[in-house]
Design a protein around this ligand. Sequence first.
Ligand code: 3Y8
Ligand code: NAP
Length: 249
Amino acid sequence: MTRVLLLGGTTEASALARRLADARVEAVFSYAGRTESPGTQPLPTRIGGFGGAGGLAEYIRSAGFTHVIDATHPFAVQMSRNAAAACAETGTPLCAFEREPWTAGPGDEWRHVADVGAAVDALPDTPARIFLAIGKQNLAAFGAKPQHHYLLRLVDPPEGPLPLPDADALIARGPFTEAEDLRLLINHRIDLIVAKNSGGAGARAKLDAARLHQVPVVLIDRPAMPPRRVARDVDGVMAFLAHRADLGV
Ligand code: 3Y8
Ligand code: NAP
């Protein structure tokens, strides 16, 4: 009997949850609990960490999951590493549901950097107005360049003072549209965008707005992921589940 643990938190995970619910596949959706009010899902949902790879392995065993789908974000590297380790330890079939990285097209002015530190180094020395569209977890590093005005976009209101001396915060949850991100670039007189190469449609709007408004982008590469099977769309994940179910594994 197929019983799926779906590690979520992305647009792809929500689309897969819909398909699993429609197909009446037994599944549990998992959020880390990173945001105050995560979206509701059409599946039984758990919120919070597992307690590392060991805790996840124990949960897989005790809850009797037959498959794990890692549909977390390309930057959620710790969760993905733990999922690979826990599935190896418990012998549970694992498939990642991961979107392709973005690639530049005509008119895009992108500079690719390896990580957050390299993104800070890539910023100009002369003061600029920078849209720091990377969420909340990696902001402190930009304190090394306090001369800039930073525009942040956060899912939830910040608990305390922002970690940057000259910063404004917009509170908004994606997915975003090209029109609203173009208005944001114009209204805030943005000179440069810093973003993660997350891929997918939910965070892409700012890059399309940047091309239209001729704003350069510093794009942070994804961290390396552990070796694992990867599906690029919902059908690929469903085929993985069906195939394994046929084999009775
Ligand atoms: C908690 C669940 C869905 C999923 C929607 C996608 C699209 C909208 C765009 C910008 C970039 C950013 C950020 C972003 C986007 C989708 C997707 C995506 C980027 C929610 C969600 C959770 C999170 C966690 C949050 C991080 C932050 C990253 C904001 C829900 C809304 C910047 C990633 O406050 C915090 O601690 C926020 C942390 C991880 C990255 C960071 O380092 O701060 N996502 N985002 C999930 C959990 O608890 O397990 O609240 O409903 C989900 C989505 N955010 O179902 O429609 O699929 O990517 N999320 C990035 O791409 O750079 C915003 O502003 O342009
Ligand atoms: P991370 O750094 O890879 O994971 C840190 C810890 O958070 C994990 O070790 C695990 O805790 C817990 N965790 C992460 N995802 C979880 C999930 N789906 N269910 C249960 N526990 C989870 O993760 P992150 O980058 O902070 O991402 C957290 C969540 O936000 C994920 O759902 C991810 O899909 C979503 N998200 C992240 C980004 C991003 O830019 N990073 C963007 C959009 C959405 P334990 O060790 O205690 O098990």
